[in-house]
Design a protein around this ligand. Sequence first.
Ligand code: AMP
Ligand code: GLY
Length: 416
Amino acid sequence: MKVLVIGSGAREHALCRSLSLDPAVTALYCAPGNAGIADVAELRTVDALDGRAVATLATELGAELVVVGPEAPLVAGVADAVRAAGVPCFGPSEEAAQLEGSKAFAKEVMAAAGVPTARSYVCTTPEEVEEALDAFGAPYVVKDDGLAAGKGVVVTGDIEAAKAHADSCERVVIEEFLDGPEVSLFAITDGETVVPLQPAQDFKRALDGDEGPNTGGMGAYSPLPWADPKLVDEVVETVLQPTVDEMRRRGAPFAGLLYAGLAITSRGVRVIEFNARFGDPETQVVLARLKTPLGGVLLAAAQGTLADIEPLRWSDDAAVTVVVASHNYPGTPRTGDPIEGLDEAGKTPHAYVLHAGTKRDGDAIVSAGGRVLSVTATGAGLAVARERAYAAVSRIRLDGSQHRTDIAAKAAATEA
Ligand code: AMP
Ligand code: GLY
């Protein structure tokens, strides 16, 4: 099977790495890709937001499956354009991707499906904002309604900061603060059958101890030794399946990856957000543990035959990924700095380096984005995986770079 992956981040590198290990995948392309993905897939150039261009590329390559990684092309209808050209595509339609593209739409679907989530108001005027903030009290949760690359959410005790963020958005969702640990649970679905993956935890804040601003994610681990073993079944039953059923009922079936961002509160599981694609950096650790070849699973989702596949097989190993980010991320990052030590890092046992924002500049590989690398390792338990990931990180040299030093630290301490 010839596969084309669309995107250029560490998530796409993880997807391409897994697909390259699938014996059924005979040719693998990625567009636009990055300097690291070039090691496992043939790169092509394309404007990932241009559905016609992606469909043309897929046809030219003879692709038998297109996998759309990021949210922006999905929300722009790229999966629809690929399917219209007769090529199976893993990724929801433009309409179904609104589950991520509009937080207000997601809230409406959850209400209709009876899915537990934070109580919320959708506001468009300063008066509505003021009323909603008053109604819930501190800490305030203010969310840009549209896509914001993981940076549209402000959680703060400071009412002026909450109002300022609301003012900067056209339409905001203001909601109740959810207390409790967060879990990311992904499911692959063909619009009907829901196949959950293993849960992971992401670290959204920039600095150790969950301090600093929200980012796209600074690290992740899986499994979650502290979580209830029944969590996955419960979330399928109360969140994922009802949402998929409700989307189908609306005539906008959701086929692709449904990402539930959850808070485990004292009153039970609540949805923080849905995403319409694999999460980054959680994908790096989830795929590190998946033993079933990935290509067949994604193709079954694209073709509506997920009910027929064998149950997924998982490694008992734990996986940890640590994101190495540029100077000043999540603000405007500094780019163009050379990255050294990638070969040494990649030789760390059971560790590998996934590239996010990198590009080739002559013989050098240089930083080209906010999140630059996602250093991933596996091992018998989180403590071992963590040690290996950080051993690999310590071999990388990137001027001004930053990473968190506490990824999976607490969870590793709770391991038996
Ligand atoms: P989102 O983009 O919706 O995932 O939000 C980014 C981050 O903001 C989440 O991972 C949470 O850490 C935090 N957050 C979002 N909504 C809430 C909420 N209702 N209560 C507490 N924290 C939240
Ligand atoms: N890990 C957060 C996201 O992918 O949105």
